[in-house]
Design a protein around this ligand. Sequence first.
Ligand code: ADP
Ligand code: MG
Length: 703
Amino acid sequence: MQKNVIEDVFGTKVFNDEVMQEYLPKKTYAALKSTMENGEELTRDVANVVAHAMKEWALKNGATHYTHWFQPMTGVTAEKHDSFLSAESDARAVLEFSGKELVKGEPDASSFPSGGLRATFEARGYTAWDCTSPAFLREDAIGTVLCIPTAFCSYTGEALDKKTPLLRSMEAISKQAVRVLRLFGDEETQNVSCSVGPEQEYFLIDRDQYLKRDDLIFTGRTLFGSMPPKGQELDDHYFGSIRERQASFMKELNIELWKLGILSKTQHNEVAPAQHEMAPIYSTANIATDHNQLVMETMKKVARRHNLECLLHEKPFAGVNGSGKHDNWSLVTDTGKNLLSPGSAPYDNKQFLLFLTAVIAAVDDHAALLRMSASNPGNDHRLGANEAPPAIISIFLGEQLEDIVEQILATGTATHSNKGEKMDIGVQTIPPIRKDATDRNRTSPFAFTGNKFEFRMVASSMSIAGANTVLNATVADVLEKMADQLEKADDFDKAVDELICSTLKEHQKVIFNGNGYSDEWIAEAEKRGLPNVRTMVDATASLTNEKTIAMFERQHVFSRTELESRAEINYEAYAKAINIEAKTMIKMASKQYIPSVISYVTSLAESINSISSACADADLSVQKTLLTKCSSLLAEAQKALDALKEADAKAAGMVEGKEQAEFFRDTVFKAMADLRAPIDTLEDLVDKDYWPVPAYGDMLFEV
Ligand code: ADP
Ligand code: MG
């Protein structure tokens, strides 16, 4: 029987469980599994056998090189390839790969952002094999490379990457969740992992158009551009039928992802023209994070094969929706139970209510930190702009849970829960359907969606590691306090009820079921004392306040020094991003827009001169009005350009850090807007033939 393409390709490039069973002696397999599942130390002997098996498998599949694949603080993945060729080989090629090479790598770390953790003369950094995320083969023009997921740390053991803290946070939450489960009589569960399903939004535009725009090339977003007559107002793109060119991209993307064992599941058109989404089936946070990095990389690669460019920036086009990443998050036991699943009688499911309450408390306690974990310079354009959640963190629970919370707050316990009713849509031939107990709310940044939370703030181009690290660590911290308290209780049932009630009382202010896009909510949130952190630069302060430091240190996720370095990296990253944007605007305005407008006004002037010499009483009002308007906008643009140059030069000359980042945000960013305005107005006045770059309409609709 012919196999379906999914069965045919799925996981073929992954050193997965099936391959391990085939290539590893039983004893080695068992030892490796126990390291993966229980964190037992891996011996050198086991590492050697695994390395040999990995090499055999990789060579059989055509690999010539291997690489430690890691996630430094740049936000993108890093790799340095080594061929399997051994030093002893001379007459004939000897291919080797040892346990030592598998377990540890030593890339020169001096050129990665470290936020002062490492002086350049202390360049040592280590990559260490993360056996909980499977090795895989990457095939492209370079050939086939065996990629080994690794953590990246400094000579003194500090994390220099996004994976290490994530792994630490997963251990923290597992430990505390198991403690709580024991109190509820669960003796079976050994491990609790967080399940994560990141939905990825992206834009696809024609690559020829893309290559004509320096702003897209250098910054990932358009820095100029006036709105076309049509945007997204007709809602005709959302879930619309997918056009051939994009469809062939999606088809190939799926195949490439399936090969890598990525559970690509859902695909559809998104709200903005040229915008789409891909959602995988959830997996463990660590694997989901690695996979999401691969998803973004594969999207870019496959797009180019179709002469398309995939834009992952949060706001590629002003005036239409930008992209985000919905981080669906839950807790699952190694026995397969979802701890955030309410069951059929949530009011009576104390274990569920306790975990739910823990999440509510964690989110409320560390709202600004959570906001920070979703922040990058691009996301500042989206959050709070009526297309994405507001910058205020609140939790949507839905009617069913909201009702239970109200009962608990009023009387100490809940006695009933609303059920989803049967729905009648008034058509006999359509089978009756049961509706969920709760409707959805798209305006909430942190929504309970049935058996998981959906954190909707995360930036589309960003690693999801940070957001999940914060979620895991903060919830672990609350669970720890809860477990401490409950372990001491004489009457457990009573203590649980009291704890749920008192925690809800303390944190109910973060629960909000209404419209998160409304102005009333902003005022109401302020009354409730919820932080409204508008920018990434403001959010960064939450990394180094004493409350955050104490929480992360208690959970062994970050040390004070690591947090301070991450704050530095944030400020630098922000300043650098805005500096590149400013320099790109300066270049485009000086080399493209201003010269083009000069050519255009010159042609107008020439036309006026030649017409009036041919016919003295011809009506030249149109040309003259245009000439005057364009010339004055041109002068305005030149003035704004000079101001931007001055502001940017001043900012670039400042010492790196918070103050510099703030100057970029308050002064340079504003100067950029001042330059954009006259040029966008000119775009609507100047003859299209003179306009030096593709317009929004060309890029968004002609794909
Ligand atoms: P929606 O339109 O409701 O956002 P999608 O299907 O686009 O739904 O995405 C839902 C995402 O949530 C998927 O990635 C899915 O795998 C993930 N998900 C479902 N259940 C869980 C869970 N228990 N833990 C984490 N993620 C989950
Ligand atoms: Mg979705």
